[in-house]
Design a binder for this molecule. Structure first.
Ligand code: M5T
Ligand code: MG
Length: 242
């Protein structure tokens, strides 16, 4: 089982079953433990698809995706769940209680651990306001939890599981700027030492990333820090200025 969480893509090409053209074309990069790698790019660039190869919803047709040198295709379901935590672009809840949703990746987590994860995810206040708190019932289509709250519960769920690799797919753009800032401040501490990959729209979210990958049409067309990319990358400048 990978213990550090170094994610490496080597010349990865992937197309969805039945599609003619690949959605990812020759993607290579390394995301290091203890660092934040941000991914930015226009809609349809392949950002979600890239993350889905790390969490192994799909396997690439060519190239390899490895964590600490171990191909993700060699990881079992359980190992995968303890190594990779995906916070999906469309956050979902399982039907059950808030508590059972938060414990999904680590059933033995204590209530105190759930509240700590909720605090970091900026979800403690609204859960406290529910009549039944952690025992409040939720469901996928339920209306007692808003979209933004669902997003924060999914972030908390990932934190409770303590994976080595966090994949945040556009998890912050729906939050107001102040909540976004508070959340990311606490996340830095909560995810310290792990590999963090963040797909983001807001420049404020990615500015401080150790490495930014610029995606366009299924390829990585630029990489570097914010300042480096501003200097050198036309696509990045266009995104930042838009
Ligand atoms: C990249 C296609 C999509 C687009 C390309 C998830 C998914 C995507 N696609 C499929 O054919 N089937 C699928 O199940 O793949 O899409 P993406 O990876 O979702 O792009 P993105 O995450 O960069 O876009 P966005 O809008 O989230 O910023 O041609 O049709
Ligand atoms: Mg996406």
């Amino acid at each position: 089982v990978p213990t550090a969480g170094r994610v490496e893509f080597r010349d990865v090409t992937f197309g969805y079953p039945g599609a003619e053209r690949p959605v990812l074309d020759g993607v290579s990069f390394v995301a290091e433990p203890g660092q934040t790698t941000a991914i930015i790019g226009s809609t349809g660039a392949g950002k979600t698809t890239l993350l889905s190869l790390v969490s192994r919803q799909y396997d690439p047709q060519q190239g390899s995706v490895a964590i600490d040198g171990v191909s993700v295709s060699d990881l079992g379901r359980h190992e995968m769940a303890s190594v990779v935590g995906l916070i999906p672009q469309k956050p979902y809840l399982f039907s059950g209680t808030i508590g059972s949703n938060l414990r999904f990746g680590r059933p033995e987590a204590t209530d105190a651990e759930l509240w700590e994860a909720l605090r970091v995810a900026q979800g403690a206040d609204f859960v406290r306001e529910k009549t039944h708190g952690l025992d409040e019932r939720v469901s996928q289509g339920g209306t007692n939890v808003s979209g933004g709250q669902r997003q924060r519960l999914c972030i908390a769920r990932a934190l409770v599981a303590r994976p080595r690799v966090y994949l945040f797919d556009d998890s912050f753009s729906a939050l107001d700027v102040a909540t976004d800032a508070r959340l990311r401040e606490g996340l830095g501490e909560a995810t310290a030492g792990a590999t963090v990959i963040i797909v983001a729209q807001r420049v404020s979210t990615i500015r401080s990333a150790d490495q930014i990958l610029v995606m366009d049409g299924g390829a990585v067309v630029g990489r570097g820090t914010h300042d480096e990319l501003l200097e050198s990358n036309e696509t990045y400048r266009e995104i930042v200025e838009s």
